[in-house]
Design a protein around this ligand. Structure first.
Ligand SMILES: [Zn+2]
Length: 430
């Protein structure tokens, strides 16, 4: 270890030895088997999972996780927005905890690793630390955030956003799913099954947050690396555009007299593609949904509503591109009227250098191949970043495929990420 001579966080040689010993205790097979066991809750015929927020399947996943936690002497707890915590108190149970985890909910046709990995990597790290006789100076809480995916209840990342104070509890409780069931109602049913758990306050102090996650993109696999040290999260703005024209007969109405909302929408979308053109290929511009009314073959379209999903790693660029959308729409609307509504605006963010350097140093010490990587997708870490030093560890997934039942990762990569997490937890709980 001393011979590697690489930079690492402050600490005594003894502590460094403890951390490397602990990381070596990470058991790839145990971690893999836990993924398999977790995947039975909400298992789909195609090998994926459907385990949506506050569903029966997610409650089963909670039971399984709580059982594993209790075997390790961890204390389960929840909060008013339905986050689950497993606490290892450490030497000073009153100190602000280090949180690590992710989410247990999935998309309706989700995979076995998205979210689950971060929770199980946290559990594996704690078990490895216990086996290496490390006693943390402050609590470590393994966390499973409520409704990260937003598949059943929109918006997504409800648990972490309310925990961090970015969204209000009441606002989130009022949201309903497609069947008209409110979060408040689903949460009450869910909580009744876990009535024995203490309910901890929201917005309590957190010392640091680490989230391990599959990459959900192709870069690590392409580079043949086991771990990505996440530099930040790409920002995203979403809009809804409505183009209003006039319904008319397809046979009798001359072109010159038409207010064809679909033709206007096509011009507008072309204009937006040109506006977002980027020689560096960093802009992500998507129109993923288009609703045409009345959507009849012989009627000139009266109205079109479409979605815009716009992303860029640089907040300033994202701001500029998003702010220009209305002008492009108006310039291309022709005889139609257009309205643009912004639905969400999340800035690009950069995780603190201290945490990124710590994670890199840990990977170096463990001789785990790694690179810096930007997260193109959103994660709960976005909200924790607002309240404490936060970082993320990525591991590769096969073909970069995620939000898909075919999602796959290797046991050795999952273990590599858990080892980096384990060693980082030693440094953060000295
Ligand atoms: Zn996820």
């Amino acid at each position: 270890l001393a011979a590697t001579g690489r930079a690492r966080g402050p600490g005594t040689d003894h502590e460094d030895l403890v951390s490397v010993t602990a990381a070596a205790r990470v058991d790839a097979r145990r971690l893999w088997l836990r993924h398999e066991a977790m995947a039975r809750h909400g298992a789909t015929a195609a090998g994926g999972v459907n385990r949506q927020a506050l569903s029966v399947q997610e409650a089963q996943a909670w039971q399984l996780l709580i059982g594993w936690g209790r075997e390790l002497g961890l204390m389960p707890a929840t909060d008013a927005v339905g986050n689950l915590f497993l606490r290892w108190p450490g030497r000073d149970p009153l100190a602000a905890p280090v949180l690590t985890g992710s989410h247990l909910d999935s998309q309706p046709t989700g995979g076995r690793f998205d979210g689950v990995y971060g929770v199980l990597a946290g559990l594996e790290a704690v078990q490895a630390l216990q086996e290496a006789a490390h006693v943390p100076a402050r609590p470590i809480d393994i966390v499973a955030w409520m409704n990260e995916e937003g598949a059943r209840f929109a918006p997504r990342m409800m648990g972490s956003s309310v925990f961090s104070g970015a969204r209000g509890l009441q606002e989130v409780l009022a949201v309903t799913d497609a069947d008209g069931v409110a979060v408040a109602e689903a949460l009450a049913d869910h909580a009744a099954a876990f009535a024995d758990l203490p309910c901890w306050p929201l917005q309590r102090p957190v010392h640091a947050y680490l989230e391990a996650h599959i990459e959900q993109g192709p870069l690590l696999e392409r580079e043949g690396l086991s771990v990505g040290i996440v530099t930040g999260i790409q920002g995203k703005r979403t809009f809804s555009v409505t183009v209003a024209g006039q319904e008319a007969h397809a046979g009798t109405t001359p072109s010159s007299q038409r207010q064809d909302a679909l033709l206007a929408a096509v011009r507008i979308i072309s204009g937006l593609v040109a506006w977002c053109h980027d020689p560096q290929d960093l802009v992500r511009f998507t129109v993923g949904r288009l609703d045409v009314l009345p959507n009849a073959p012989s009627v000139v379209p009266a109205s079109v509503r479409f979605s815009i999903d716009l992303r860029h790693p640089d907040s300033q660029r994202l701001c500029h591109l998003g702010d220009g959308i209305l002008a492009v729409c108006e310039a291309q609307a022709g005889p139609c009227r257009v309205t643009v509504t912004e639905l969400s605006n999340a800035q690009s963010l950069e995780f603190p250098a201290s945490i990124r350097q710590l994670l890199s140093a840990c990977a170096n010490d463990l001789q785990i191949s790694h690179m810096d990587i930007l997260s193109a997708a959103g994660h709960d870490a976005r909200y924790l970043h607002e309240v404490c030093p936060t970082g993320m560890i990525f591991v590769p997934c096969k073909g970069g495929v995620s939000h898909n039942e075919a999602e796959s990762a290797t046991a050795s990569d999952l273990a590599a990420g858990a080892r980096v997490l384990t060693q980082a937890l030693v440094a953060l709980t000295r």
